[in-house]
Design a protein around this ligand. Structure first.
Ligand SMILES: [Zn+2]
Length: 140
């Protein structure tokens, strides 16, 4: 059996629609996180709201995480960009961190983005690309 390099992502059905709307809106506004959040939402497994395990990161839930050997972060709540107003207590779902944490379970290691958006033409390109394959502009 093929082993996925990325941890599984689990999303409650009631939040899936809002997330897809958010992704569509983010693409329209040319948000740079749109391709990554879109990929995370697309590969997510859906489950009934009541069946979402307590330790899965979801919108409106508190999340704390630990990178490498640094101490765990204080708990913050994952929110939609429209509700985001306090970085001390909240994490914007439409940010590289928010998108990476969505749907993970306790103990999972967040996936790194595998794609990014070209700033010129907004095409989705590999995260390591130095030049856009579509419009050939340099990307960082
Ligand atoms: Zn481009």
């Amino acid at each position: 059996m093929m082993q996925s390099l990325q941890p599984d992502v689990l999303i409650a059905k009631s939040q899936h629609k809002s997330l897809k709307r958010l992704v569509a809106d983010a693409f329209r506004r040319r948000d740079r996180v749109a391709p990554f959040l879109s990929a995370e939402v697309r590969r997510a497994a859906l489950c009934d709201d009541a069946a979402l395990p307590d330790d899965v990161v979801a919108l409106h839930r508190e999340v704390s995480f630990q990178l490498d050997r640094s101490p765990p972060t204080p708990y913050r709540i994952l929110v939609f960009p429209a509700d985001f107003n306090d970085p001390e207590t909240q994490i914007n779902i439409l940010s590289p961190l928010g998108a990476a944490l969505l749907g993970l379970r306790r103990g999972d290691v967040p996936a790194d983005p595998t794609t990014k958006a070209c700033a010129e033409c907004l095409s989705v390109i590999p995260v390591a690309a130095k030049r856009c394959a579509f419009c050939t502009s340099q990307v960082s």
